[in-house]
Design a protein around this ligand. Sequence first.
Ligand SMILES: [Zn+2]
Ligand SMILES: [Zn+2]
Length: 342
Amino acid sequence: MKSVRILRPGVVRLTEEEIPVPKQGEALIRMRRVGICGTDHNIFRGEFSERVNFPLRPGHEWSGEIAALGENAAGYSVGDCVTGEAMVACGKCPDCIRGDKYACRFRRSVGTVNAWDGAMCEYFVFPVRDLLPLGGNTDLDAAAMVEPASNALMGVEGAGIRVGSTVAVMGTGPIGLAAVAIARIYGAATVISVGRSEYKLEIARGLGATHTVNTKNEDAAERILEITGGLGVDASLEISGAETLFRAAIKSTRKQGSIVLIGFHDHPITLNLNDLIFPLFTIKGAGGGWGGYAPKVLRLMDRGVLNLDVLITQRCTLDEAPGWIENLKTDSARTVKVMICG
Ligand SMILES: [Zn+2]
Ligand SMILES: [Zn+2]
């Protein structure tokens, strides 16, 4: 079968591998959709290299069909459509036995660091414990968007967004745009989407952004303060990974507001910590998207409350995937989510 492997930083190839056999408690999944994530591109470029075991098979945003089941894999049948958590728990440690797999210290992320082999191939195995069944109204495209949407939901909940909140979402990638939609579902009255691609800001407006700020020609902090009558927003979600936008969040979040960090920064930032004391900010990290967010996202999608189809801007085949991983950022103004279809 075909399998995409990042052999080492700078080298990604389509390779030929044996179809794996599901062990006890595992399912064999036939890949139907895999989203290409910025993280896949960053691993290709050599980021996180000290924590990545090469050759790495990426693919943590996926949906597929069960092709076979190993022993003790109850609860699923061949032909079922599923997606999965972005992590695989060990199933044996005290936390797993207690039923809190999200606390598992031995968990492996899927397709990234310390990885369980990802989904960029024709067939892969996955523990049934970490599978999520699709409801009758959730299609394969939507299910492959559950992982980025789970990160967005984790950020929105972490920021304490509720009815009437004012929110700034820095960044217009898949997680940022999903966060715009989810902040509205949570009842935010003002959702300001901040980015530098007019094409993506238009998508943000379609998903419920009440205001957009294009940093190519506007100062983010200035505009956010203007929109909120000088007060600043209740919560800022920093999903861009841009230092300038993190600094803008510090300037344009209201006193006692919260700043949630989701986007990876490619360099350390020097801060004057004194700037954080009197604003009484809560600064929080939200990453991984695991912790029960994926099942919630699936319910929102299945009931028609959350629809992120508009984020799929390109489609490709498995054969074309290595090229996309290499060049993901080339036309970044118009690329939100590239979806591999199997
Ligand atoms: Zn991702
Ligand atoms: Zn465990």
